[in-house]
Design a binder for this molecule. Structure first.
Ligand SMILES: Cc1cc2nc3c(=O)[nH]c(=O)nc-3n(C[C@H](O)[C@H](O)[C@H](O)COP(=O)(O)OP(=O)(O)OC[C@H]3O[C@@H](n4cnc5c(N)ncnc54)[C@H](O)[C@@H]3O)c2cc1C
Length: 409
């Protein structure tokens, strides 16, 4: 097979880039190693700046017709105090809320709409295993599929294959690890009609719990100190159930739904970024270029923004079939600053808020133990607009500059 652009990975970055390139008439194939998008624990947040992008594509109405919740304020209970952590209602965006939509819904939405473009192709159960080179440049990929191995030649290969990217490793791109003092346990607990639904994050001395409303169940993220999972397991599942009830007492009548450790998924948190995002013929975007901490839930948003920037800068070189390293460097230059700033804020929050809350002994659950940034947000509500801007819009938001090609199905 020969295409203009071959994208490894059908996550938010890969699917959005595939959609945008095909919309502009560039022949594109997205290779996704899984058979479907139905994987859990991948984050649910579609931010106001991503909703702006969806609106620029003329898809907002159809998107919002899909099952989702709208969150206008991020709230929490920190050391027993209710606090609004971010207020999106003042943003200058079309939608002044975060849409909580399971990621498989979002990816299916992009796949279904992408099918309108003849140049769009997604191959499921297709795992990129190596890069094809000619001289010093990458000219394609090899992948395994259900029908056997395939080779795809492309003017550009994009690694959008996430934080354990095969493409970036095969391209020899080196990673700078910024470190993360936390890991996350994900689990589901049923939701009852009379549950409190305002608090998204609960911080008590020693523990942090985030509950995402998925309609009939809570998607729970229990934050633990880095590497602390084995010690927690050794203490037994009942300890985890007790911890959950201590943080969110309303869960007391359903923590037994966690029957074994199989119901608890460990997600190792990583914050890193590539020193260089590209090599001749190949570019990495999204988590493959910069794995984000789950703090602020901005990873999907950044992945989408990378895709929009890449499409804006690469459609013309791809159309001319002359993508140079200079073009790829332009994408990196455009996106490095937002990534660095966002990761710096995440590392600050990890170290100043999460580390201190997780490290605090239970006896420290006094008003004095509330971290300073949270005290300021409570005291001066207008400050809630700052995290709203950082989380909801981000640094240097991207806008769709590419034009649709005239052919669509
Ligand atoms: C615990 C945790 C919670 C998070 N919660 C949120 C949240 O609420 N909101 C948010 O915005 N972000 C969240 N994130 C971050 C977010 O999941 C990522 O930043 C985002 O999904 C990155 O998108 P991506 O497309 O770059 O990569 P991914 O979403 O990782 O997609 C990569 C895709 O590539 C595929 N793939 C991998 N290797 C290959 C291969 N060799 N060949 C073919 N396909 C391959 C994978 O199957 C996957 O579908 C969270 C992260 C963690 C760790």
């Amino acid at each position: 097979m020969r295409v203009g652009c071959c994208i490894a990975g059908g996550g938010p970055a890969g699917m959005m880039l595939g959609y945008l390139l095909a919309r502009a008439g560039i022949e594109v194939v997205v290779l996704e190693k899984h058979a479907d998008f139905l994987r859990d624990f991948r984050g649910d947040t579609v931010h106001p700046s991503t909703l702006d992008v969806i609106a620029e594509l003329g898809l907002l109405e159809a998107f919002l017709a899909r099952p989702h919740q709208e969150v206008a304020k991020l709230t929490g209970i920190v050391m027993g105090h209710d606090v609004t952590l971010a207020d999106f209602t003042h943003l200058h965006t079309r939608c002044k809320f975060i849409a909580l939509m399971p990621q498989w819904e979002f990816l299916n939405f992009l796949a279904e709409n992408g099918r309108r473009f003849p140049a769009f192709r997604v191959m499921m159960s297709a795992q990129v295993t190596e890069l094809v080179r000619d001289g010093g440049a990458v000219v394609g990929v090899r992948a395994t599929t259900q029908d056997g191995p395939i080779e795809i030649r492309a003017d550009l290969v994009v690694g959008a294959d996430g934080r354990h990217s095969t493409v970036r490793a095969a391209a020899g791109l080196t990673v700078r690890d910024l470190g993360a003092p936390i890991d996350v346990l994900w689990m589901q607990l049923s939701k009852h009609a009379d549950d409190p639904n305002s608090a998204l994050g609960r911080f008590v001395a020693g523990h942090v719990l985030v509950t995402l409303d998925r309609g009939d169940y809570w998607q729970c993220a229990f934050v633990i100190p880095k590497g602390g999972f084995d010690a927690l397991r050794a203490r037994g599942l009942q300890t985890l159930r007790d911890d959950l009830v201590a943080i969110a007492p309303f869960l007391h009548d359903r923590v037994d739904e966690l029957r074994s450790w199989d119901d608890v998924k460990l997600l190792v948190v990583t914050v890193d970024r590539l020193r260089r995002w590209h090599a001749p013929g190949v570019l990495c975007i999204g988590d493959a270029a910069h794995a984000m901490s789950p703090i602020g839930g901005v990873g999907i948003n950044l992945a989408i923004q990378d895709a929009v920037a890449a499409a804006n800068l690469l459609v013309e070189p791809l159309r001319a079939r002359s993508v140079t390293e200079r073009d790829l460097a332009a994408v990196e230059r455009r996106r490095t600053f937002p990534v660095r700033v966002t990761q710096a804020i995440q590392v600050f929050a990890q170290d100043r808020i999460f580390r201190s809350v997780l490290g605090a002994p239970a006896a420290a659950a006094t008003p004095q133990a509330v971290p300073l940034p949270v005290r300021l947000l409570r005291r001066f509500p207008f400050l809630q607009r700052i995290p709203a801007r950082v989380v909801g819009v981000g640094v240097r938001p991207e806008h769709v500059r590419t034009r649709p090609s005239t052919s669509s199905r």
